[in-house]
Design a binder for this molecule. Structure first.
Ligand SMILES: NC(=O)c1ccc[n+]([C@@H]2O[C@H](COP(=O)([O-])OP(=O)(O)OC[C@H]3O[C@@H](n4cnc5c(N)ncnc54)[C@H](O)[C@@H]3O)[C@@H](O)[C@H]2O)c1
Length: 439
């Protein structure tokens, strides 16, 4: 168990402490309301946590496996996915492995863009896991909290400032409800990351003066349009390549590095300055394939960031933190951590185990529910998602983008006003710096 999640669990407000603190008045005055939460009243703690999954693709299936393999007291009872084939293939894999703990009857498999609402309305679901494309996350999340559900939300939790504000609201309401929100930022629970951050905080590399993050890969999937697909269906199917759904690489993928940096720096940066472009994307992709951003954190600490998805290029997924007395390198995946002197002499190292971290987040979440000690960590992940968003905005527009602008002034809201699964949706153009407006 990581020390970080203990801190998070201990600082999560319980329903009881919330009511005692008198914050109820503030929340009621703010107009926040939700349905009753099963298991929240004294003496009614849950023994079995019943899961409902929204988005049964790669990570949704992975999240169910992570949770069921580490928690004996969870049961999968409902699945929603716009693609009817996805729940079927998930169940085909999970049923033989977990037997009666997989109890999804045919009336609990939902399709359509509003399928998730059936899960939120279902009194048999305690915990909803969201693993759809990120563009849907803020609105789904808030509705789930309003429905009195505990939530697991994959990263990133928003792709624009409008979504960020919805996340903040959902976090506040979950605290008021006494429900949990754990997010898919697994590195915050990965032992070598936690050990590295603790060492940095203990002064092992001296004072942190700057850092460098890279998520450089050799590509990403692209799903060609299938015959008969509507525009909307196609964009949701090939969601990585449409910014309203994925946020581009910096948000969708590199949010892991950015989350690590915000964790180490103690919060989000003040300003972003960036650039980039695209050479290798398919014509109808809206994504860039490379981006470099300088983030300035409070205290004039500079963090240089780079991401790339270009075939036949050198890959690197790492976070390097420079201190006055040494350097800490924390690699992505299982590659571990390495601390050295400024001259490169190794002082400490540790292996990584990302599989254990993926399980840990689900164990912490389910424990928080059964013990009645909610963990609400959405704000941190929303901050990291918005940090990535200001990096993208800086790159796309070619302008300096401040944290204050994004939080308090930006009107950027990419979620379509109306969404019809069978409807038309023009293919959006990719951004050109100097032409893309900063809004
Ligand atoms: N934490 C991690 O390391 C990690 C790793 C991979 C993916 N992810 C995140 O998980 C999420 C899902 O990624 P993935 O790789 O599983 O994608 P995927 O395309 O494999 O799965 C997404 C699923 O959501 C379904 N879907 C789309 N829109 C929906 C809607 N409105 N309602 C219901 N279902 C809908 C799709 O049909 C698909 O089955 C993304 O946010 C991604 O960034 C996190």
């Amino acid at each position: 168990m990581s020390t970080d999640h203990v801190t998070r669990a201990q600082t999560g407000s319980t329903r009881r402490s919330f009511l005692q603190s008198g914050t109820a008045v503030t929340v009621a005055a703010a107009g926040l309301a939700s349905r009753p939460v099963r298991g929240a009243e004294p003496g009614t703690a849950l023994e079995t946590v019943r899961l409902g999954l929204v988005g049964a693709g790669g990570r949704g299936s992975g999240a169910i496996e992570n949770s069921m393999s580490i928690n004996d007291n969870v049961k999968l009872v409902a699945i929603a996915d716009v693609n009817a084939r996805k729940p079927v293939s998930l169940l085909r894999r999970a049923e033989p492995k977990y037997g009666a703990r997989v109890a999804v009857t045919s009336n609990k498999i939902h399709t359509g863009l509003d399928g998730y609402k059936r899960i939120l309305d279902d009194p048999d679901v305690d915990l909803v896991l969201f693993a759809t494309p990120p563009g849907f996350r803020p609105r789904h999340l808030l509705e789930a909290v309003e429905a009195g559900k505990h939530v697991f939300a994959e990263k990133p939790t928003c792709v624009d400032p409008a979504g960020y504000r919805i996340c903040r609201k959902a976090h506040a309401l979950a605290e008021a409800n006494g429900t949990s929100i754990v997010t898919g930022t697994q590195y915050r629970r990965q032992s070598n990351y936690v050990e590295s951050v603790n060492r940095i905080r203990d002064g092992a590399i001296g004072e942190v003066i700057g850092s460098q993050m890279r998520y450089c890969a050799s590509g990403i999937w692209y799903r060609p349009r299938r015959e008969g697909m509507s525009d909307t269906e196609y964009q949701i199917y090939n969601w990585m390549h449409f910014i309203w759904l994925s946020g581009d690489q910096i948000v969708e993928q590199a949010v892991h590095n950015i989350d690590t940096m915000n964790w180490i720096m103690g919060g989000p940066p003040e300003i972003a300055y960036g650039g980039g472009g695209r050479f290798t994307r398919p014509d109808d992709s809206q994504m860039w394939d490379n981006m470099a951003v300088d983030f300035v954190y409070p205290g004039n600490r500079m963090c240089s960031f780079m991401c790339r998805q270009v075939p036949n290029t050198e890959t690197d997924n790492s976070n390097v933190i420079y201190g006055t007395d040494g350097v800490m390198t924390i690699y992505g995946g299982d590659r571990g951590s390495l601390m050295s002197d400024r001259d490169g002499t190794e002082r400490w190292s540790m292996k990584g185990d990302i599989g254990a971290a993926y399980q840990q987040e689900h164990q912490d979440l389910v424990n928080s529910i059964v013990t009645g000690n909610p963990v609400v960590e959405l704000n941190d992940t929303a901050d990291s998602s918005l940090t990535a968003v200001i990096g993208r905005m800086a790159g796309y527009t070619g302008k300096n983008v401040t944290w204050d602008f994004a939080v308090n002034h930006s009107t950027l809201d990419m979620f379509p006003g109306e969404l019809n699964y069978d409807g038309d949706m023009p293919n959006p153009p990719f951004a050109i710096p100097g032409k893309e407006p900063l809004v």
